[in-house]
Design a protein around this ligand. Structure first.
Ligand code: MOS
Length: 773
């Protein structure tokens, strides 16, 4: 199953109110939370002392390499390892017939769709065998010396070819990955009949690859019957479960450690085949095994953001009120995933008020690597379609794009069956304040100019369907005898600043300095269970549990101090490292019972939300671009991102998240595209950092502005914070595309907006609906 679970409401009810303790009251004012503080691990990260999974080096450690199928579709008919086994330094070879290797992989509706080493390979890059040797180079040499015979089969790697009659089947007879999903409300025909203006357009996005700076991989070591794995992960607990299942071990004998990781974007919610392969090779050799994938391997086999083709038809009254919205999309999750268009329809279904909506999503299997959740799965693609269609509508209505969106706001989540209200929505403020900060009205009125270099401004709105957080999560906070504290949490910090705001919450509640708080996290052996850090749920899941744990410790220390001072506990509080409210401040280190015990332990659990409302983050982005009509180059000059993610936990890491979202959106809009060779061999042609164009520092927008909009949500959870990581990406590519359309007076509706596409668009006559506003 896709490890990413969108249905957080269902999850929430599973672990309802485990402690029975009421959640702490919302903060009235904060001293530490919300400040612009550098990361607690900043020095370790920039000095190189932080130990990432890829840095782990153990005595006697072997290095592994994987043999991968070079064909888009093939059957393995023979694997001969004799030559490889005879090479120097080779300690073990693993194939489909090796002990323990019969492991199912890629869950389908009726069980696994494939195996760890499946003789039927359905994409170029699929795992066939593996080897462990004394050095990484010997391992690579040995992998090349394994002789594999393939029966090469016909393939289909593009959407049309895969759906054509007689297409090479990926799984089963039809390449349709399940029935198309249709979600409908109201009366679409009546809605279009009531419209004064209707626009219809086609928009599409290219497939993007996750490019975490640290590739996927791990080091596996057995100590007798117990397995320890250091892995670069967003979720150590899912990895523990995956390894235990694959190796048929109890959870208690599998320890997964992943304190530092170099990015994930959703591709590291769980371990991969590499984790099981490393563990099996380590078992076979009795030595630790390191298996890290090369950049090319990660680009072939660890996931992608599916490219999606969309048709969007929107109807509205003269005043801009939406009357009907027909949204359909087709995409592919690759070889084994039905998740190709998951999440794409959410913007159309929920973001703007519209009574008559139909969303149709079709997934197709192709012979390429399977998708994996990628920062707001489906949402940036859906925004690319919807937000460009709304701009086309605005042009036809001769209406300002911001005004059009302001006309169609809603306080209820229309996509959810019972249409609950949101606990808060700052979308209006994001649009209004963002436009003001950007200088939208003046910039839009200025127009693109007439020279060879045109200017354009564009904007887009967006929301994330998750970001509310919920169970499970257990946290332990310990207060030591000297008044310093430790927070113990299972969550990973994928570079977003998780550790920093965790320490800030403890400092806030205990009235101690942030540098008096240490952190233990992301270790199934020593920290407490939580879901993976993903879905923009880490703050709204972990933070209320941390608060609950630290409030528990605070109550205990105040009670001990009250007994010592012989005063009523209700008169005491914690401030500047002391218990205050008595005759004079009592430093925590002088609370006698604390000194005698050595530690006070507080436990916090993220309880289920009982408000029955929808919790969602929102945003509105504004971009100014320059398009060179002679070269087709697009430069993003100026950017304002207004985000409602509830309370700002740390202003510095908040800004950082948003800048990252903008940059990734610029990549989606302008440069990123996985290219597969559909005509010849069905292989990915640009699985390297030279040909797959991730924005670099030189492509990033200079001096972007992040504008937090805090709607002071006291209902969503005890911290008032909603998710930020994914929302910060959702509108960005669409905002850039709308700015380019404004500059050119015509639309490049397909991502990425390359110079070639810009020049092609300029050479075509402008459509009527694309005429400059
Ligand atoms: Mo995210 S795509 O849940 O890391």
């Amino acid at each position: 199953m896709n490890p990413y679970d969108f249905e957080e409401e269902a999850l929430a009810s599973a672990v309802a109110a485990a402690t029975g303790a009421p959640a702490p009251e919302p903060w009235a004012e904060t001293r530490v939370v919300g400040a612009r503080l550098p990361r607690v691990d900043a020095y370790d990260r920039v000095s190189g002392t932080a130990v990432y999974a890829s840095d782990v080096s153990l005595p006697g450690m072997l290095h592994a390499a994987v043999v991968r199928c070079p064909h888009a579709h093939a059957r393995v008919t023979r694997v001969d390892v004799t030559k490889a086994e005879r090479l120097p330094g080779v300690r073990a070879v693993l194939t489909a017939s090796s002990a323990g290797a019969d492991v199912g992989w890629y869950a389908g509706p009726n069980g696994p769709l494939s195996k760890l080493f499946d003789p039927h390979c359905r994409f170029a890059g699929e795992e066939v065998a593996a080897v462990a040797a004394d050095t990484p180079y010997w391992a690579q040499d040995a992998a090349r010396a394994i002789e594999v015979q393939y029966e090469v089969l016909p393939f289909a790697v593009d959407l049309d070819a895969a759906q054509a009659p007689g297409a090479a089947p990926v799984l089963g007879e039809s390449n349709l990955a399940g029935e198309p999903r249709v979600v409908e409300r109201g009366d679409l025909a009546a809605g279009f009949a009531a419209a004064d203006v209707v626009v219809e357009g086609e928009y599409s996005t290219a497939t993007e690859l996750h490019v975490p700076i640290e590739p996927h991989g791990c080091v596996a070591r057995w100590d007798g019957p117990r397995l320890t794995v250091w892995d670069s992960l967003q979720g150590v607990f899912p990895a523990q479960a995956t390894l235990a299942r694959a190796l048929r071990l109890p959870l208690a004998r599998v320890r997964v450690i992943g304190p530092y990781m170099g990015g994930g974007f959703g591709a590291k919610l769980d371990t991969g085949k590499y984790g099981v392969i490393a563990a099996l090779l380590a078992q076979k050799t009795g030595r630790p095994v390191r298996l890290f994938m090369t950049r090319e391997e990660t680009m072939l086999a660890i996931g992608n953001r599916p490219g999606v083709r969309m048709t969007v038809k929107v109807g509205a009254r003269k005043d801009g009120t939406l009357t009907a919205l027909d949204f359909s999309c087709v995409g592919s999750g690759g070889a084994y995933s039905t998740g190709g268009t998951g999440g794409v329809d959410w913007q159309a279904l929920d973001l703007y008020r519209c009574p008559n909506v139909r969303a149709r999503s079709t997934n197709v299997f192709v012979h390429l690597g399977p998708e994996r959740p990628f920062r707001a799965p489906g949402h940036p693609q859906g925004a690319w379609g919807l937000e460009q269609a709304l701009d086309d509508l605005a042009i036809k209505l001769k209406m300002d794009p911001v005004a059009l969106r302001l006309r169609n706001l809603t306080e209820v989540s229309q996509a959810r069956p019972n249409q609950p209200r949101y606990t808060s929505t700052g979308l209006r403020e994001c649009l209004v304040e963002g436009a003001r900060a950007f200088g939208w009205t003046e910039a839009r009125a200025k127009g693109p100019g007439t020279g060879p270099v045109r200017r354009g401004v564009g904007m887009a709105g967006g929301m994330w369907r998750g970001g509310g957080g919920g169970p499970p999560c257990t946290i332990i906070v310990r207060l030591f005898a000297d008044g310093s504290a430790n927070v113990n949490m299972g969550a990973s910090d994928l570079g977003t600043g998780t550790k920093t705001w965790a320490a800030m919450i403890v400092a806030e509640e205990l009235g101690i300095a942030v540098d008096r708080v240490s952190i233990e996290h992301a270790d199934t052996g020593t920290t407490q269970y939580t879901g993976p850090s993903g879905g923009s749920k880490t703050v709204p899941t972990e933070a209320p549990a941390i608060r609950a744990a630290v409030v528990d410790v605070k109550r205990q220390v105040i009670e001990l101090a009250a007994a010592q001072l012989k005063v009523d506990a209700a008169t005491l509080a914690l401030k500047d490292g002391a218990v205050v409210g008595g005759a004079e401040p009592l430093p925590l280190a002088r609370v006698q019972a604390l000194g005698q015990r050595g530690v006070l332990v507080g436990v916090g659990v993220r309880t289920a939300d009982t408000h029955g409302l929808a919790v969602n983050p929102f945003g509105a982005h504004f971009a100014e671009v320059e398009v060179n009509t002679r070269t087709g180059e697009v430069k993003v000059l100026r950017y304002v991102a207004a985000q409602d993610s509830g309370r700002v936990m740390n202003r510095l890491t908040y800004d950082n998240q948003v800048f990252g979202g903008i940059t990734q959106g610029v990549g989606l809009a302008l440069t990123e595209e996985r290219v597969a060779d559909a005509a010849h061999r069905g292989r990915v042609l640009n699985a390297n950092l030279h040909d797959y164009k991730v924005p670099t520092a030189l492509d990033a927008v200079p001096a972007p502005v992040c504008l937090p909009i805090d709607p002071k949500d006291t209902v969503c959870n005890s911290t008032g914070a909603k998710g930020l990581g994914e929302p910060a990406l959702i509108p960005s590519a669409a905002a850039v595309a709308n700015a380019v359309a404004h500059a050119l007076g015509r639309r490049v509706a397909h991502s990425p907006i390359t110079p070639a596409r810009v020049l092609t668009a300029l050479s075509a006559p402008a459509r009527k609906s694309e005429a400059r506003s």
